[in-house]
Design a protein. Sequence first.
Length: 281
Amino acid sequence: MGLKETVVLPLAKRWISGVTLDSAIDDAKKANSKGIGVVVNFLGEEIKDPSEADAHAAQYLRLQQAISDNGISGFVSVKLTQLGLGADETGMEARLEKVATNADRLNQLLWIDMEGSNFTEETIKVYLATREKHPRTGVALQAYARRSESDLKRILDAGGTVRLVKGAYRESSDFVFPTRKEVRENYAKLLGILFERGEGFAIGTHDSALIDEAKELAGQRHVDFHFELLKGIRDELKEELVKSGYKVSEYLPYGDRWYAYSKRRITEHPSNIWLLLRSLV
């Protein structure tokens, strides 16, 4: 066992569900026992090798079946580049179709994660095409992206479903709002649009001010939505929200690519380390 596995993995397990499908299912059961649903992601992105992309798709099929077999309240979220987006478009579409069809068979939702700016437009196009055949599919939008307001309206016009997050990739100021204040303001603006026009959407943030804004909007417009927070972050808030009657889900990533995921979460948004450290005490 290397240094990363010996020293870093025990800490990272507060943020990820280990490296195996079984570990993800165990964490999903723990979350469900607290009244919290789960969104499970098998870690990986920008897969170039078709055989590896096939393996990722097969892992999602097994994960969906395990969620069903174990009576888990939850569903999967997939990154399109791990299915071949950017390297094998035809193969990616076929792999996504298998995962989406399996979700329908098992009566599960399917989320599509948003990735870096190089893939934003194509991700939205693929999502909109997919939801025509598989309506119970949703896509993540990043509030730090300047284009997200128009993307949100475009998706809602098509009857789509959105998970709104702040965004975790390093991007140029041409693509994203550069300050926390601007990102928070845009997130709040997009929240208003979601509560006015959306249904079944997810609010993915740990920001107390934005959560309070969502609560206020929910009191004005009674629509179906849920809060979504990362595994190991602000666990006390998740339980408070559940006790207050809100639907809450926990994002559970797992897999042997845990180190790259954890490193990006910390280095690209250093404030995340304080959320993580606060959750450890």
